[in-house]
Design a protein around this ligand. Structure first.
Ligand code: GLY
Length: 341
C-alpha cells in the first residue's frame, strides 16, 4: 500500500494506491465518512466488471444506491448531469451523503461536478478505473462537463475527500487504453522526475510504486497552485499541441499528448531552451509504449495552438522542457512565434 497526501488546507485528502483495493473500499472510506449511505455513480462498461465487487465490499457497512449511465465521452453532457441530479433526488440524497465515482475520466468529472453543485456541495470519493484517470483527472479537483462542442467548458474546482486507486484494474484495460494512460504517466516523468523517466525506458510493470512516483509529480504541482493560475500549467506539457491533434484527428487524449510532447520539444529546441537529446529520449519511450509518433510539424499547428491557449494578460505561455525532469512556463511574444513560422 502506498499513501500520498494532497495538502490543500481544508481541502486536503489522501490518495491510497493498493492492489485489490476494490474489494475493501469501506476500510478507507470509514476513516473519512461516518454517515450510512453511499451513492455510486458509474458507467455500464465499468459496472459490468467491478460494480458487484465494490458493492459487496461496502454493503456490510453502508446502504448503497447505484446510478449507471452509458460509457463514453458523449455522456459527459448537461443532459446526463440533469439525469444524475434527478436520480439522486429521487433516491432522497441528503447534503451529508457521499457520492462515489467508479470509472474513468467521464465518470469522475461529471460525478465531481454533481458533487460540486448539488446542495452547493456534497462529499465525493474517486475510484478511477483507467490508467488515464488514475494519472490525471481523478486527482486535483477539476470537475466538469462538455458543452457547445467544447470539452470541460462548464465545471468547478471541487476536491474529492479521498482517491482510491487499485492498480489491478489495469489488467482489464485494452492495450490501447493502457497506453493512453501511459501518455500522461510519461508526461509526469518528463516534467518532474528524471529517475522515473529512466525507469520507464525498460517498460516496468505499472505497479503501486510507479503510480505513486508519477502522482507525486502531480501532487507537488497541484499543492502549489490548486486553482490553475500558475505552476499547475506545467501539467499541460504536450497539451497545447495535443489538444489540436485530439480535436482534428481520432486520437485518444494520452496519444495526442504524446505527439504534443514531441512537438513542444521541437519548439523548445528551436527556441534554444530545450536540450537537443530530449527529443530522442522521449521518442524512444513513446515508441516503446506504442503511442503514435507521427512527424507532425509543430509549425503547421502553431496558429491553432495559439488560439487554443488560455492566455493570461496577453502573454502566450508555452510549457517547455529544459531537460528531462525539468519543465518551465515559457512566455513567448506572438511576434517571436511568427518568426519561427
Ligand atoms: N490535467 C491537468 C490538471 O489537472 O491541471
Amino acid at each position: 500500500m502506498k499513501k500520498l497526501s494532497i495538502n490543500l488546507g481544508l481541502n486536503s485528502y489522501a490518495i491510497i494506491i493498493e492492489d485489490d483495493l476494490l474489494f475493501h473500499l469501506s476500510f478507507y472510506i470509514e476513516q473519512i465518512y461516518h454517515n450510512d449511505k453511499i451513492f455510486i455513480i458509474t458507467d455500464d462498461v465499468v459496472a459490468k466488471y467491478y460494480l458487484d465487487t465494490v458493492i459487496e465490499g461496502l454493503k456490510f457497512r453502508y446502504d448503497v444506491e447505484t446510478i449507471v449511465f452509458p460509457n463514453g465521452e458523449a455522456s459527459k453532457n448537461i443532459d446526463n448531469y440533469v439525469y444524475l441530479v434527478k436520480e439522486l433526488l429521487n433516491k432522497n440524497i441528503r447534503r451529508n451523503h457521499l457520492l462515489l465515482a467508479l470509472g474513468g475520466g467521464v465518470v469522475g468529472d461529471i460525478t465531481g461536478f454533481v458533487a460540486a453543485t448539488l446542495y452547493r456541495g456534497l462529499p465525493y470519493v474517486n475510484v478511477p478505473t483507467t490508467l488515464l484517470s488514475q494519472m490525471d483527472s481523478s486527482i486535483g479537483g477539476k470537475t466538469g462537463i462538455d458543452f457547445a462542442g467544447r470539452k470541460n467548458i462548464i465545471g468547478a474546482f471541487k476536491q474529492p475527500k479521498l482517491v482510491l486507486i487499485d492498480p489491478r484494474v489495469l489488467n482489464t484495460l485494452s492495450q490501447r487504453e493502457f497506453n493512453n494512460g501511459m501518455g500522461e504517466l510519461i508526461k509526469h516523468a518528463a516534467i518532474g522526475n528524471k529517475e522515473l523517466f529512466n525507469k520507464l525506458k525498460s517498460k516496468p510493470l505499472i505497479d503501486e510504486n510507479i503510480i505513486f512516483e508519477s502522482l507525486t509529480v502531480k501532487k507537488q504541482v497541484v499543492e502549489k497552485d490548486e486553482f490553475d493560475v500558475n505552476e499547475r500549467m506545467l501539467l499541460n506539457f504536450g497539451h497545447t499541441f495535443g489538444h489540436v491533434i485530439e480535436l482534428k484527428y481520432n486520437y485518444k487524449h494520452g496519444e495526442a499528448v504524446a505527439m504534443g510532447m514531441l512537438m513542444a520539444i521541437k519548439l523548445g529546441i528551436d527556441l534554444g531552451v530545450t536540450k537537443k537529446t530530449c527529443y530522442e529520449d522521449i521518442l524512444a519511450i513513446i515508441k516503446a509504449y506504442d503511442l503514435p509518433c507521427e512527424a507532425f510539424d509543430y509549425k503547421a499547428y502553431l496558429a491553432s495552438a495559439i488560439n487554443d491557449k488560455k492566455n493570461l494578460a496577453g502573454k502566450l505561455n508555452f510549457i517547455l522542457l529544459e531537460e528531462i525532469g525539468k519543465a518551465i512556463i515559457y512566455p513567448i511574444e506572438e511576434s517571436k512565434l511568427k518568426e519561427l513560422l
